[in-house]
Design a protein around this ligand. Structure first.
Ligand code: ATP
Ligand code: MG
Length: 293
């Protein structure tokens, strides 16, 4: 029930009612969640063991909040980088999102995961062929068990089986696009297609972010506003952010040298710093909407 040593600690340390509640909250959630004790029973238990009475609503709210926190803490966040148009920077942006305890899962079976950063990358096809990991549940479980919190999915230019499987689980979509070469039309069409499939799902919780990539002039940002307005007509409130990343020579240069961004710091600290500054904004924007620091 309640651990003897905790009860002793409370008695010996003259804690306030609030401090006691904070000290015991994980145990109380456990009693409520796993041992299925009602709030009333927990109230009684606290009175018997520690001699303290709490208001029912206060305790119920505290346990509910702590439960929600535990659940979100436990849940793996899934972010997908999507656009059926090739070459818009999906794999590049997957590498540039800087979220703690994240990995990239490449589900494009025709190419290897791109690695231009220190983030761990996995090819779905290798997990399947070499380790027999064949379902999304297994991947999520594996990620969770090894302490990962976020899976960033790099997607191909079409919907394959694994993409379809993952689609309802995706919390956050990032849609990079570029200017010209019919990229804007392809972007809207991608959003339309995915949104139609997702609409079958009653408990949709997905949020979206548009990223204008490889632009050159400030004037090009107007295009981002236009595509944002068009996308809003499809996604409504689910479209929560827009961001941008300028064309940068650093990306092709490190690709050519087969280096990662972090290795660039040894080659050229100025170029490294200038690039980091560019990516910082993109990350700030995206992360504030995903809810991570
Ligand atoms: N901001 C940028 N500045 C300069 N070059 C960039 C930028 N973003 C991407 N690139 C370049 O554009 C090319 C395409 O990028 P990337 O491979 O990330 O696109 P993709 O959408 O993943 O393509 P695919 O559909 O083939 O998977 C790469 O060679 C990359 O170097
Ligand atoms: Mg790619």
């Amino acid at each position: 029930m309640l651990k003897e040593e905790k009860i002793n600690f409370i008695k010996e340390n003259n804690l306030s009612k609030r401090e006691i509640l904070n000290y015991l909250i994980d145990d109380l959630v456990e009693l409520n969640l796993n041992k299925k004790l009602s709030i009333k029973t927990i109230l009684k238990l606290l009175e018997e063991k520690i001699g303290i009475t709490y208001n029912y609503d206060v305790l119920a709210r505290k346990i509910k909040e702590a439960k929600e926190e535990q659940i979100t803490d436990d849940k793996i966040r899934i972010i997908a980088i999507v656009n059926f148009k090739g070459g818009v920077g999906k794999s590049t942006i997957a590498n540039l999102i800087d979220i703690k305890d994240s990995i990239i899962l490449n589900i494009d079976n025709t190419q290897d995961a791109k690695k231009i950063n220190s983030i761990e990358t996995y090819n779905y096809i290798d997990l399947l062929n070499e380790y027999g990991i064949s379902s999304l549940e297994e991947i999520i479980l594996g990620a969770k068990e090894s302490g990962k919190k976020t899976i960033i999915i790099d997607t191909p230019g079409e919907i394959n089986d694994i993409f379809l499987d993952i689609l309802p689980e995706i919390d956050f979509f990032i849609v990079p696009f570029t200017i010209g070469d019919r990229s804007e039309e392809a972007t809207i069409s991608t959003i339309q297609t995915l949104n139609t499939i997702l609409d079958d799902n009653e408990n949709r919780k997905d949020k979206w972010c548009l990223v204008l990539n490889k632009y050159l002039l400030e004037d090009h940002l107007k295009e981002l506003d236009l595509v944002f307005e068009e996308s809003k007509k499809i996604l409504g409130d689910r479209l929560v952010c827009k961001s941008s990343l300028k064309q940068s020579l650093v990306i092709p240069t490190i690709e050519k040298k087969k280096k990662t961004i972090n290795e660039l710091i040894k080659d050229n600290a100025i170029a490294y710093g200038a690039f980091k500054a560019k990516v910082k904004n993109l990350n700030k924007e995206i992360k504030s909407h995903i809810g991570v620091k």
